[in-house]
Design a protein around this ligand. Structure first.
Ligand code: ADP
Ligand code: MG
Length: 570
């Protein structure tokens, strides 16, 4: 590609052949268009009346989901600006768990509204400044209306978990599941200097297709997807004393080829006897510790299995490293790497260790641990796709409970805080000058996209709903929001629709950051890949030819109804 040099001089060749550049307005328009498409994709899935998406990947695997982060992860977007929106759904997912759809919708709205300002010749820098200021104000407004709660108040935590599950396939069983989730999170929470912290990894989530969602259970301990290693061992041990071993009960094979010359049967017998003696020696150490269960991260030789079975010790081999750490937390045992160091005080305890049949598999349950700092949720559901979606929704619910325990402030759901902040923002905007004022007003409009979408997806009249909601909020009814299930306005607190303040904060900050970053770009230079013919499909600038030329959304191959959006190249 050549770029024209100063007037009258030769063009200066700057970029590799096949590279392209997209500048100024055009670059901005292009980026905004791509981001808008991403927001449009998740738009219809917001809220309790939101629809699900069926995603078909390039191998034909089907995912059915309502989760914003999952939808965007699966569609494998290529456009650089669109990717930034996917990024914010990912970070929102890992930071606070919930609110991924809202973050993307808000970012899309911020960009769409910025576009109308750009069309009025307002410079993006002014818009960015206005947006940043507005976002700071909104965080303050949210703080103002947030209500402090007590961090381990079960009834609040249940409502929080239920609200997040309201919008998902699991809604019907949300009463049942939220009980399991809250108990799980509360039991692994650690309290230090008056504050709770929760490591969500301490709630192990296992899933198995079959049964119904109501067959899901919370196990105060750990479930291992492994069998008892030897058929002669007991399958059930009450009052288990558990040895956690991170060494093989096998004879080490030498690294190099060694030959042992045996010239008579006696020598052969001596050799094998010696091997057996060594294995028995290892098992004896386990027996001496008083353990009646042994969970081993490494292998267990056939002969060791035989001795363990004879001693009545239930044993499992090749337990995952991550599970070993959880077992230690759950049972209070210590992971021992040298059998000589194994003593009674190192053993963990559980009321029951039992191998059970789950559908076609046999799994070992370590349960009834006292004060377990690691627990397992075993999720069930009619089919693989159902349990997969149950798992995603349970993830969101675990995260919102964690959010509130760590930062015990809540706000209403149903679009109430968004409308409140928008109303406040508009009156504050009046104190600003000229163009910045316009940007702040657009920020307020963008916030209203959330309640607007909620009402639209519920089949309500969005304009009427919004005007009514605004006037009720202006009267100071900060808990009034859209009661989506009854398709009217209502007091969200009495309907138990509450959300963590942390989630709302994250939505606003992440969306503002992404929108501002995209707005500040006025030059997109895409360097051709070295391989492949120049100007080929790989060489071109992503998304240059209007949306029709946007390459890559390839992962959506076969996604019903997407073809007409012109995201091409299936
Ligand atoms: P996200 O990925 O952003 O969490 P959801 O599809 O879960 O998207 O929708 C979340 C929105 O739905 C929030 O604004 C929340 O307040 C709202 N919401 C959830 N349940 C209800 C309900 N029963 N009535 C009204 N709004 C609800
Ligand atoms: Mg949600």
């Amino acid at each position: 590609m050549s770029i024209q040099g100063p007037r009258g001089t030769m063009p200066v060749v700057l970029l590799k052949e096949g590279s392209s550049e997209n500048k100024g307005r055009e670059a901005q328009k292009n980026n905004i268009a791509a981001a808008k498409i991403i927001a449009e994709i998740v738009h219809s899935s917001l809220g309790p009346r939101g629809m699900d998406k069926m995603l078909v990947d390039s191998l034909g695997d089907v995912t059915i989901t309502n989760d914003g982060a999952t939808i965007l992860k699966e569609i494998d977007v290529q456009h650089p600006a669109a990717k930034m929106l996917v990024e914010i759904s990912k970070t929102t997912d890992s930071e606070v768990g919930d609110g991924t759809t809202s973050a993307v919708i808000l970012a899309g709205a911020l960009l769409e509204n910025a576009e109308s300002l750009i069309n009025q010749d307002i410079h993006p820098t002014i818009i960015v400044d206005g947006y940043r200021k507005a976002s700071k104000k909104v965080l303050q407004y949210l703080k103002d209306i947030a209500e402090e709660v007590s961090a381990n108040d079960k009834s609040t935590l249940l409502k929080i978990a239920k609200t997040s599950m309201q919008t998902k396939l699991v809604r019907k069983e949300s009463d049942y599941l939220s009980n399991l989730i809250v108990s799980a999170v509360v039991s692994v929470a650690e309290k230090e200097t008056g504050k709770f912290t929760v490591d969500q990894d301490d709630v192990k989530v296992e899933k198995k297709a079959g049964g119904s969602m109501k067959d899901s259970v919370l196990i105060e301990g750990i479930v291992l997807d492994k069998e008892v290693v030897h058929s002669g061992m007991p399958k059930k041990i009450a009052e288990a004393k558990i040895a956690l071993i991170n060494t093989a009960l096998e004879i080490d094979k030498t690294e190099f080829d060694a030959k042992i010359n045996i010239s008579n049967p006696q020598q052969m017998k001596t050799f094998l006897d010696e091997e057996n003696r060594m294995l028995k020696n290892m098992v004896d150490k386990v027996i001496a510790s008083g353990a009646n269960v042994m969970l081993c991260q490494k292998g267990i030789d056939d002969m060791s299995q035989h001795y363990l079975a004879k001693a009545g010790i239930l044993s499992v081999r090749r337990v995952k490293e991550s599970d070993m750490a959880k077992l230690a937390k759950a049972t209070g045992g210590r992971i021992v790497t040298n059998l000589d160091d194994l003593f009674e005080k190192d053993l963990g305890s559980a009321q029951l260790v039992e191998e059970r049949k789950i559908e076609e598999d046999r799994w070992v349950f370590v349960e009834g641990c006292k004060n377990p700092k690691s627990v397992t949720l075993l999720l069930r559901g009619g089919s693989q796709r159902v349990v997969d979606e149950v798992e995603r929704s349970v993830h969101d619910a675990i995260m919102v409970v964690k959010d509130v325990m760590e930062n015990p402030s809540i706000v209403a759901g149903g679009g109430a805080p968004e409308i409140y902040a928008a109303t406040k923002l508009r009156s504050w905007a009046k104190s600003l000058e000229g163009r910045e004022q316009l940007a702040v007003e657009k920020f307020a409009d963008s916030l209203e996209e959330i309640p607007l979408t909620l009402s639209e997806n519920a089949g309500m009249d969005p304009i009427d709903t919004l005007t009514n909601l605004r006037s009720r909020q202006l009267k100071g009814e900060k808990w009034t929001g859209i009661d989506v299930m009854r398709a009217k306005l209502g007091n969200m607190k009495t309907h138990d629709i509450i959300e963590p303040l942390a989630v709302k904060n994250q939505i606003v900050s992440a969306a503002t950051e992404a929108a501002c970053m995209i707005l500040r770009i006025d030059d997109v230079i895409s360097i051709a890949k070295s391989a492949g013919p120049p100007g080929g499909p790989e060489g071109g600038m992503p998304g240059m030819g209007g949306m029709g030329g946007m390459p890559g959304m390839g992962g959506m191959g076969g996604m019903p109804g997407m073809g007409d959006m012109g995201m091409g190249e299936m």
